[in-house]
Design a protein around this ligand. Structure first.
Ligand code: BGC
Length: 434
């Protein structure tokens, strides 16, 4: 058997996002998107898993399992239901959530924006409008004022790269579902400004807080023909945002799979040359878009058989370590936290395998000097997986949505035990050590 011990003070947590668990987030753009007559979403979020009402017990359960951190998001659509009106009762709600987290002896890690926007912000153009960063800055100020000294970790934006690509380049199930390269680039710029303004406010009010944004990152691979496309997508989806994190206190890495781009050499060469010609860039970028709906690029571009998760992504737990190593090489010395890593799996044994393999690969990265400070697993509970609805099971804890009963899965016990002992025990070939 092998014992992999993690550094002292390692963050061990689970993560959720307001819209995916709270329920009845009816003032948000996502709610409107899910409930449209011709919505592309599988089902609406509805009452979700009623975390808004049940948070005290949910948080106590996480603490009992052995975790030391809980990452969750506050919902802008609830806090500022119309422009400039801040709802004191909602700010109080999140103050109580933070208090419950602390009372359970967990460290709160608060995400200020996890995909959803208030409907009124969306109607003004969302992340296309140059006015949105100022609105987000004002919202940040209100939240930090309300949560005060009780929160020491803030994630400004969750996966801005995914928001820009999914919502503005198109081809994902993601509001506002606009398409086109110009929109994509515009959203990238606006999100980057919003992050920086939000970070500046937090640092002004809480200089000692750890502030970062959380980045959707993949492990990437490409054949010779695929290299120009891979570099282009990696830059647009990851590197631009990592550059905007250069002055952050930490970088959040969120990795689920590997992207493989296999293209005939001639296609790659034409693509590389076309990047210099904007009109062609549009056409070729549109072709190279990642297709989340039917599984990632690999499915479209590489017909070889690969093991897949419940939602069609390559089962590749170690991808997280490749992403963390790349983040460390792009931002040397910057503390890194894996703020999401997880798998859609109907069979929890797959999640146990995913966690074990992923953590072993991360441990090796730490041994090689990567400054990894923590790991928060996606997700604490089975929840609303956006356009794919409740079918996808990402939770360590299962939820029966008719009774709202919570069921602790073996993966939750495993990860809780790893958190408690700060080590991963890998059994020998004869199964010893468990
Ligand atoms: C998001 C989560 C989502 C998860 C699985 C991440 O991109 O932050 O909200 O549920 O991936 O798709």
């Amino acid at each position: 058997m092998t014992e992999l011990v993690f550094p002292d003070g390692f963050i061990w947590g689970t993560a959720t996002a307001a819209h995916q668990v709270e329920g009845d987030n009816s003032n948000s753009d996502w709610w409107e998107f899910e409930n449209r007559p011709n919505s592309p979403c599988h089902e609406p979020s509805d009452s979700a898993i009623e975390h808004y009402k049940r948070y005290t017990r949910d948080i106590a359960l996480l603490a009992k399992l052995g975790f030391n951190t809980y990452r969750f998001s506050v919902e802008w659509a609830r806090i500022e239901p119309s422009e400039g009106t801040f709802d004191a009762a909602q700010l109080d709600h999140y103050r109580r959530v933070v208090e419950a987290v602390r009372k359970a002896k967990l460290t709160p890690m608060v995400t200020l924006n996890h995909f959803t926007l208030p409907l009124w912000v969306a109607k003004q153009g969302g992340w296309l409008a140059s006015t949105t960063p100022a609105l987000f800055e004002r919202f940040t100020r209100k939240v930090v004022e309300a949560l005060g000294d009780n929160v020491g970790w803030y994630c400004t934006l969750n996966e801005p790269g995914m928001v820009a690509l999914g919502g503005y380049m198109g081809d994902f199930i993601f509001p506002p579902a606009t398409t086109g390269l110009a929109n994509w680039k515009q959203a990238i710029g606006t999100l980057t400004v919003a992050h920086k303004r939000s970070r500046a406010v937090i640092k002004e009010m809480r200089p000692d807080a750890m502030v970062g944004q959380t980045h959707a990152m993949h492990e990437w691979e490409a054949n010779r023909g695929g290299v120009p496309v891979m570099k282009y997508l990696r830059r647009m989806n990851e590197d631009i945002f990592l550059e905007a994190s250069a002055d952050d206190d930490f970088v959040g890495v969120q990795t689920y799979t590997r992207m493989s781009i296999d293209l005939p050499f001639v296609v790659g060469t034409v693509f590389g040359a076309a990047l210099a010609v904007p009109a062609l860039e549009v056409r070729l970028a549109a072709r190279a878009r990642l297709r989340q709906k039917s599984g990632p690029t690999k499915q479209d571009l590489d017909p070889r058989g690969v093991r897949r998760t419940q939602n069609g992504w390559e089962f590749r737990p170690q991808a997280v370590a490749a992403a963390v190593r790349r983040a460390a090489s792009l931002l040397p010395g910057k503390p890194i936290v894996v703020t999401e890593h997880g798998v859609a799996a109907a069979d929890d044994a797959e999640r146990v395998e995913f966690i074990t393999e992923g953590l072993a690969a991360l441990h090796a990265a730490i041994a090689d000097g990567v400054p990894l400070r923590g790991y928060t697993h996606w997700s604490a509970f089975d929840n609303f997986e956006w356009g794919q609805g409740y079918r996808m099971k990402f939770g360590l804890i299962g939820v029966d949505r008719t009774t709202q009963e919570r069921t602790v899965k073996p993966s939750a016990r495993l990860l809780g035990e790893i958190a408690r002992s700060n080590k991963l025990v890998i059994p020998g070939p004869d199964g010893s050590a468990r």
